[in-house]
Design a protein around this ligand. Structure first.
Ligand code: ACO
Length: 437
């Protein structure tokens, strides 16, 4: 029997020859022709494929979004096979070499690098929003002395929503803009307060004469100095680390930001959800996990045995592997290169030897080669953070501070995208059909 062909109307670009996907449903012997746009088909176009009128229609099943584009974005581009990362078209290597974090945050959020005047205004807006309400300080004081700083960070972000109730007007651009300044301005302060809390040390208020990273280092480490001036090498290294972590397209936390933001909740609650997603060891918590793993290995000679355990399924080599990169993560390359400059100031982190040996063995081992497992951004970042005297608990927080600009850029793009609606996936229901008590 000849198949019958159903066509989906292409709404845009009428008159232009379009690429299509032809599908034959062997259940009905019907054929369908579905438009291909930007290398994708629309999953909703599959819904017309039915056995009969009572059938709900075909869906795609994609746990963990392995092959589903959830949005159209113009922010960050990754070619995972080639190890390429671009923010708004600029290679990460060039941005890390020449720009400051605030310049890059502007680029990510608004599409272009700021000119001199724009940068001065942008920096001033951020500077004006570095202080937090005294009640935020008291909120942080209420946590247990040994609370994980990332738990404090996540909770405090959510609490900010109660201080700025106007933030719920997410469809108003001016309101959105104000919360963007506030969030980028306040995250270093919240992070540093969370750290000082764990030490029982007085919180250090922002010093707005300093740059974004210098001020953060001052709030973290200042003790009795009249003015804290960090090493320029370390302040620059932190700047580079912040640039490398600013955005990474549709990762787990960006997806959380978009998914929560799609309900039109205020950005503080959405960012708290994104930060919570980042906390997990498979995402931004991996840098902390890498250091704990290096501690557990202990010495270079134990590396082969550890690798054997990983291959036997007794745990993962943390800081290795990535859903998108099937090549060396370009951010890891930059960090590895920068490590020596930092270690010249701080002294070498003794765990570097173990990390280098892990990388050397893993990159030659069939298990890792076959699976295309390479060092990711978290493999070396922790070693630098530790040499700079950040405690391991703070590593995910150090990731979250710069990622705020990425989350906010993803959120802005979502809110202003006419194609987006509340995020609501489908499911394949395999449970009981109706049954009676
Ligand atoms: N160590 C050992 N084996 C690994 C590792 C690893 N780090 N990562 C993946 N594998 C293996 C898996 O066991 C699997 O093997 P199999 O095919 O024999 O079952 C194969 O490689 C594919 O792994 P998946 O888990 O399917 O890959 P996925 O894309 O889902 O995971 C992830 C990516 C989560 C990053 C994973 O590589 C991992 O757990 N890495 C360690 C944690 C880490 O470093 N996370 C930071 C990521 S970067 C970031 O978020 C900033």
């Amino acid at each position: 029997m000849e198949p019958t062909i159903a066509k989906t109307e292409k709404k845009e670009g009428a008159g232009v020859p379009i690429d299509t996907l032809k599908i034959t449903d062997t259940r009905t012997n019907k054929q369908y022709e579905i438009p291909i746009d930007d290398g994708t088909i629309r999953a909703i176009d599959l819904r017309q494929i039915k056995i009969d009128d009572a059938d709900f229609g075909l869906m795609s099943y994609d746990p963990a979004f392995m092959n589903t584009a959830s949005c159209k974005s113009r922010i960050t581009f990754i070619d995972g096979d080639k190890g390429i990362l671009l923010y708004r078209g600029y290679p990460i290597e060039q941005l890390a070499e020449k720009m400051s974090y605030l310049q890059v945050a502007h680029l990510i959020l608004y599409g272009e690098l700021p000119d001199k005047k724009q940068l001065a205004e942008w920096t001033e807006h951020i500077r004006l929003h570095t202080f937090v309400h005294e009640n935020v300080k008291r909120l942080i004081e209420g946590f247990r002395y040994d609370a994980h700083p990332m738990g404090i960070f996540v909770s405090t972000l959510a609490a900010l929503s109660t201080f700025y109730p106007e933030a719920k007007h997410v469809l108003d651009q001016d309101t959105r803009q104000k919360q963007i300044w506030r969030l980028i301005g306040k995250v270093p302060t919240i992070a540093a307060f969370a750290y000082r809390h764990s030490l029982g040390m007085p919180y250090v208020y922002p010093d707005n004469d300093l740059s974004y990273t210098e001020n953060f280092l001052s709030m973290m480490f200042r003790v009795a100095e009249a003015k804290y001036k960090p090493s320029p090498v370390l302040a620059r290294a932190l700047e580079v680390l912040f640039i490398l972590h600013a955005d990474h397209e549709q990762n787990c936390s960006a997806n959380a930001m978009r998914s929560i933001g799609s309900s039109q909740v205020d950005p503080y609650c959405a960012a708290a959800g994104a930060a919570a997603a980042l906390y997990g060891p498979l995402h931004g918590g991996a840098n902390e996990a890498v250091l704990r793993m290096l501690d557990e290995i202990g010495t270079k000679d134990k590396v082969p045995a550890f690798i054997k355990d990983v291959k036997d399924g007794k745990g993962r080599l943390m800081g290795f592997g990535h859903r998108i990169y099937k090549n060396y993560d370009p951010r890891a390359k930059i960090i590895k290169k920068m490590a020596d400059e930092v270690f010249d100031v701080t002294g070498k982190n003794p765990k570097l030897e173990i990390a280098l040996e892990l990388e050397r063995i893993a990159l030659q081992d069939d298990y890792f080669v076959k699976r295309k497992l390479y060092p990711n951004v978290d493999f070396y970042s922790g070693l630098i953070y530790q040499a700079m005297k950040f405690p391991v608990d703070m590593f995910p927080v150090l990731f979250a501070i710069p990622r705020m600009s990425g989350w906010l850029a993803q959120w802005q793009e979502l809110i202003t995208d006419p194609e987006q609606k509340i995020a609501r996936p489908r499911q394949v229901y395999l449970g009981y059909q109706r049954r009676n008590l």
